[in-house]
Design a protein around this ligand. Structure first.
Ligand code: ADP
Length: 489
């Protein structure tokens, strides 16, 4: 099947979070299943124009005036063709979505332009069997395709993947006329959400099939607690909504081959992990104690990720002699909080408040425990990485965390399926209780090794998930049979 995969970030070009990891590895896994996948990505500043071939010019009316751009073609290191939407006015900037903690004020126009460029690529360069949209940045694509179809122009089936329902792309209603959509698209059956433009909602209404990135999250977002206001619409479309857990690119994330590590290791020999721990302690100025439990965390520092829970339990844990290494950026409140902790406990706490891919790998390898007490977690990748790195995850039972970590109950330990420590209530005592269980397991080397081994053996490679995406593509295409797709030129 021919798939045009439209996304706002992808490894190895640009990354702010898990979306880029997915976009960097799913297309290759689909290709391995025999599909022809091509990516559409904005050409941001860090992506050099050299080695890209100009394909065709763009002239798209957004914000009431024509904006020019260019489609450039390249190939990713893993051989996936990539169409870059080049428009310096919108994408040649210091950040992807904003700078200094503030979103760019013209984000709606930027991603409307990108979405319409993707439609132009489908029409002029690569007519696909299906357009795969991801998150709010590409949520307008199904609306634009719907409008084309109404006008008797060629259109294509669509799948929209929700990577995080909390990010919807909300903009003032006054900006709607700049999108080039007919007036009736702004209404309760369209993009409108409490008087605002909601880009994700456009995709949720007009895409043929929807999915999110774990089965549990697919159920959760149909409830008021997790649906961020879109639960009603999602429940109405529940027959079209599926859950597919993200996979891991073990070419990048496996301690046997990871080039970022000071030593490599695998399930049969964990000596390298001990070396990685010592190196992480030394680099961070921590006491080089092999028996001090080292807790790691790599995360956007937002309320979603449970930073407040971590801050609440850390003082008690530090008294017990644990060490903590944090890598993350985000909410200035959490920057202040964690840098204060690092200043007051220089031999026990490291707070690296930056984005640092190699350090993320070294924390995965060097830590004993990995913390993900998320309020909600659509899929989560770090817990999957942690399992492979024998770094036992302590997670809240939500979304993809619930679907991928098996709590170390006595029964699960006995039958060899336990891979981590899971808690339910979003409260400091519940989190602390899980950590207490984890720390007492840490003091029992045989038990610890057993849990580590089970995690390292778990297989979350993309193959299976890619097969499920292929099935969703077939589903979306099947729904158009007899419809307008592909019938008009
Ligand atoms: P989300 O997509 O919600 O941010 P995920 O767990 O799905 O969460 O994916 C996060 C990805 O981003 C992981 O690959 C993680 O290692 C990476 N990451 C997050 N923050 C940083 C950081 N400060 N430095 C390096 N990598 C980071």
């Amino acid at each position: 099947m021919k798939v045009l995969y439209c996304v706002s970030e992808a490894v190895p070009y640009v990354k702010t979070g898990g979306l880029a990891d997915v976009a960097g590895s799913l297309p290759g896994a689909l290709r391995d299943l025999g599909h022809e996948v091509r990516l559409v990505l904005p050409r941001y500043r860090p992506i050099p124009r050299e080695n890209l071939t100009p394909l065709f010019p763009l002239r798209i009316e957004v914000g009431g005036a024509p904006v020019s751009g260019l489609v450039l073609e390249g190939r990713s290191p893993s051989g996936i063709p990539v169409y870059f939407v080049d428009c310096p006015r919108f994408f040649d900037r210091g950040g992807l979505y904003g700078e200094g903690g503030r979103d760019y004020p013209d984000n709606l126009l930027r991603f409307a332009f990108f979405s319409r460029a993707a439609v132009a690529i489908a029409a002029q360069a690569f007519p696909p069997d299906l357009v795969h949209c991801n998150d709010w940045h590409t949520g307008l694509i199904p609306a634009y395709l719907h409008q084309r179809e109404r006008a008797g122009q060629r259109s294509w089936p669509t799948l929209l993947t929700i990577h995080n329902i909390g990010m919807q792309g909300l903009f003032p209603a006054a900006e709607f006329p700049g999108l080039g959509l007919l007036e009736d698209y702004f209404g309760p059956d369209g993009l409108e959400f409490w008087g605002k433009v909601n880009c994700l909602r456009a995709g949720l209404v007009f895409a043929d099939v929807l999915n999110t990135v774990s089965e549990t999250y697919a159920k959760e977002i149909q409830t008021a607690e997790f649906g961020a206001g879109l639960e009603g619409l999602l429940s109405r479309r529940s027959r079209d909504l599926f859950g597919v857990l993200n996979g891991v690119d073990y070419g990048q994330w496996d301690p046997r081959v990871d080039a970022h590590l000071p030593a490599r290791y695998g399930p049969d020999d964990l000596d390298g992990k001990r070396f990685c721990k010592r190196a992480l302690q030394q680099d961070g100025g921590l006491e080089p104690l092999p028996y001090a439990p080292l807790l790691g965390m790599v995360s956007r520092l937002t309320d979603q990720k449970g930073c407040d829970l971590v801050a609440a339990v850390l003082p008690a844990l530090l008294k017990q002699g644990v060490q903590f290494v944090l890598l993350g950026t985000g909410d200035p409140r959490y920057h202040a909080l964690f840098s204060h902790l690092a200043r007051t406990h220089p031999r026990q706490v490291v707070a690296a408040l930056t984005f640092d891919e190699p350090l993320a790998h070294r924390i995965e390898a060097g830590a004993d425990l990995f913390l993900m007490p998320s309020r909600y977690e659509p899929s989560g990748l770090n817990q999957l990485y942690s399992l492979r790195y024998a770094t036992i995850p302590v997670v809240r039972r939500t979304g993809g965390l619930a679907d991928s970590v098996v709590d170390a109950t006595p029964e699960a330990v006995d039958d060899g399926t336990a891979t981590g420590f899971v808690f339910d209530d979003y409260t400091p005592p519940a989190f602390l209780a899980a950590l207490d269980r984890a720390l007492s397991a840490f003091r029992d080397p045989v038990l610890w090794r057993r849990i580590q081994q089970a995690g390292m053996r778990a297989d979350f490679s993309w193959g299976r998930s890619a097969g499920r995406y292929a099935a969703l593509y077939r589903e979306a295409v099947g729904r158009r049979v007899g419809g307008l797709a592909g019938e008009t030129a």
